[in-house]
Ligand binder design. Structure first.
Ligand SMILES: *Cc1c(COP(=O)(O)O)cnc(C)c1O
Length: 373
């Protein structure tokens, strides 16, 4: 029916036909109670993806890409005269730093190598030296590199120092199993087109309801993107404050149903076997990765450009793209890499097919195989 492309970029990911088709519905005014009920139930069902107890946690939906969540959490959850500690080892935590700079919010940018996990002693030291830190923020899976961060340990440190812990889980939620309580998370976030394998345009924050209520009188730095305002409006009216992405909501509902049908662990196993096949194929072709295996997420491989005059990422990309496979540039500033990701509704046989095409792409560009460094 619809052409199926295998997206190896870090989201939006390949979706199932049933999720695509779930968007084709009769026209509906989203202010109808029927639609409000659907969003309410979606919020409840999303809690299950991180084992969040509905008595303590709630979902707040926003219209926008994943970055809206980063913006909302940072600008809405910082009390007067307090600071944010950003544990930053990658492009997505750097984006959070930019948000803080943009709003002029007091923050500490605890920057460390993008090739390594953050050092927990440094996190502790920053908390020790700055008793005014009210929020610790980090990224679970740094999608730019594929490094997975030790959120449970960072969250524990945050709580030891009475700070809330906010985590960007956009590229891990509904892929890598997460547990709000065990992982010491107060707020996490994602977007419908990533782990749950829905469509773009709907993002959601799962967070501690008491903390959201506390934030009611915190300094206000945005109108459209204020967490309490959006939460409170939905609570009172059963509606998003402004127009929701209607068709994307229908797709998300279907995607979440398919998530629960597949199962948390089985889905994670699938992503891992897809990545294992990607890495096996890369190795056969002689490619090297930028990140050591022990700290990889299992969802993104950052591959170093070979040293070969005939190597051209763009040409290889175009060759693969024409044949239904999308590969993606890297996001490491001091190194030339490209990325292959195991997100989305794909499985090992898609990678088998991709590897054939990748090899042809190298051959047709006269790149030496195995590739040289
Ligand atoms: C995809 C992603 C986001 C959201 O990025 P958008 O460009 O707004 O879609 C945020 N954080 C992480 C870790 C991501 O992978």
């Amino acid at each position: 029916m619809v052409k199926r492309n295998v997206l190896l970029n870090p989201g939006p990911a390949t979706t199932t036909d049933t999720v695509k088709m779930a968007q084709i519905v009769p026209d509906i005014c989203p202010r109808e109670e029927e639609f409000g009920d659907k969003m309410y139930q979606l919020g409840i069902d999303l809690l299950g993806t991180v084992h969040a107890d509905p008595a303590k946690y709630t979902t707040v939906l926003f219209c926008g890409s994943g970055t809206v969540n980063i913006d909302v959490c940072l600008n809405s959850l910082l009390p007067e005269d307090k600071k944010i500690l950003i544990v930053n080892n990658g492009a997505y935590s750097s984006r959070a730093v930019e948000v803080c700079e943009y709003y002029g919010m007091p923050h500490i940018n605890l920057k460390s190598s993008v090739y390594e996990q953050p050092n927990l002693n440094d996190v502790k030291k920053a908390l020790d030296e700055n008793p005014d830190i009210a929020m610790v923020y980090t990224t679970h899976h740094e999608t730019g590199t594929g490094v997975l961060n030790p959120i449970r340990e960072i969250g524990q440190l945050a709580h030891d120092y009475d700070a809330i812990f906010v985590v960007d889980t956009t590229s891990s939620l509904a892929m890598i199993p997460i547990d709000m309580e065990e992982d010491n998370i107060d707020f996490c976030m994602a977007s419908a087109q990533k782990g749950i394998m829905g469509m773009t345009g709907l993002s959601f924050i799962i967070g501690n309801e008491e903390e959201i209520c506390k934030s009611k009188n915190y300094p206000k730095r945005s109108y459209y993107c204020n967490l309490y305002l959006q939460y409170d409006y939905f609570k009172k009216t059963g509606q998003m404050h402004f127009t929701p992405p209607v068709q994307t909501v229908y797709a998300a509902i279907q995607a979440l149903k398919e998530y629960y049908d597949e199962g948390e662990q089985d889905k994670w196993n699938r992503h891992q076997r897809v990545m294992a096949r990607i890495q096996e194929g890369l190795k056969e072709l002689g490619f090297k990765e930028a990140i050591k295996p022990e700290i990889q997420s299992g969802l993104v491989a950052s591959v170093l450009y070979p040293k070969d005059d005939n190597w051209s990422f763009d040409k290889v990309h175009d060759y693969c793209q024409e044949r239904g496979f999308t590969i993606y540039p890297g996001k490491i500033s001091d190194n030339e890499t490209f990325r292959l990701c195991s997100l989305g509704a794909i499985d090992v046989e898609d990678i088998d097919n991709f590897l054939i095409v990748l090899k042809e792409a190298l051959k047709s560009n006269n790149v030496t195989i195995p590739v040289q460094y």
